[in-house]
Design a protein around this ligand. Structure first.
Ligand SMILES: Nc1ncnc2c1ncn2[C@@H]1O[C@H](COP(=O)(O)OP(=O)(O)OP(=O)(O)O)[C@@H](O)[C@H]1O
Length: 255
């Protein structure tokens, strides 16, 4: 998956522009930067979640397996099945654990031989099966926050994606639940390409292979335009950043 000269406006406001990123298969890419620099906006472009935001307009291209995802021929439901998403706050449906995981395959018209197998496999992949296998009919809202977030990851996995987008997936979780999700991300990256927005630089350094640093700079009218400053291997970016703005941010002098 890649972006070329990607930009997004909300009404007249150009929020972020000129983003060129290449996401490598089976790697974790972290998008970091100060608040308002457009990380979530860029993430939402990758599976066209911005289509749901009134007034949002996307410029440039997002390519997925060589296809422009904004091409009019693209089936958006199918795109979101292949490029899944996990949000900041765990948001299970007020339904059973089983139904939460089976929901995606059902609504996207998948006809697996055994839905039970799909649900079990997804819950195993999300490292939740052992904790819930005896209570699949219970309401998902009764799970802890960390379990709910792993359920949301299982829900994303169940539709058979190859890319999983995560928008600050740990920000509502305690350190133990966070550590579990981080371990899970690393495990999942063997099978999936993961793109994560995080405020937590240590988290980006711990889990990601590559990091993109964004910032927002005010123009002459005072509008803050988000831009990509630097994109590199995580180790390189954190130990020897090429741009002084990255250096200032990661050393805590800015943002
Ligand atoms: N739905 C929207 N309507 C109008 N402006 C928006 C909308 N969503 C985001 N913006 C603006 O776009 C810019 C980028 O926002 P975005 O949420 O992508 O940044 P971010 O880097 O993810 O920030 P944070 O880390 O605080 O979540 C900000 O100026 C924000 O106010």
């Amino acid at each position: 998956m890649s972006t070329r000269d990607l930009g997004v406006s909300y009404g007249d406001f150009l929020a972020v522009n000129g983003v060129n990123l290449n996401f490598i298969r089976h790697e974790i890419t972290a998008l970091i930067g100060p608040s308002g620099c457009g990380k979530s906006t860029v993430l939402r472009c990758l599976n066209r979640m911005n289509d749901l935001v009134p007034g949002a307009r996307v410029h440039g291209t997002v390519e997925y397996h060589g296809i422009d995802v904004y091409d009019s021929s693209v089936d958006v439901i199918e795109l979101r099945r292949r490029v899944g998403m996990v949000f900041q706050k765990p948001n299970p449906f007020p339904k059973s654990i089983y139904e939460n995981v089976a929901y995606g395959p059902k609504v996207t018209g998948m006809k697996p031989e055994s839905m039970d197998d799909v649900v079990e496999k997804a819950l195993r992949s999300a490292a939740l099966w052992d904790e819930v296998k005896d209570k699949l009919k219970q309401n998902a809202t009764g799970l802890s926050g960390g379990q709910q977030q792993r359920l949301c990851i299982a829900r994303a996995i169940a539709t058979g994606p190859d890319v999983i987008l995560m928008d600050e997936p740990c920000s509502a979780l305690d350190p133990i639940a966070t550590a579990k999700i981080e371990d899970l991300m690393v495990e999942l990256s063997e099978k999936f390409t993961i793109i994560i927005v995080t405020h937590n630089m240590q988290q980006a350094a711990r889990v990601s292979h590559r990091t993109a640093f964004f910032t927002a700079e005010a123009d002459e009218k005072g509008n803050r335009l988000g831009k990509l400053v630097e994109f590199d291997g995580t180790e390189q970016l954190f130990s020897n950043p090429a741009d002084p703005r990255t250096e200032a941010y990661i050393s805590g002098r800015f943002g």
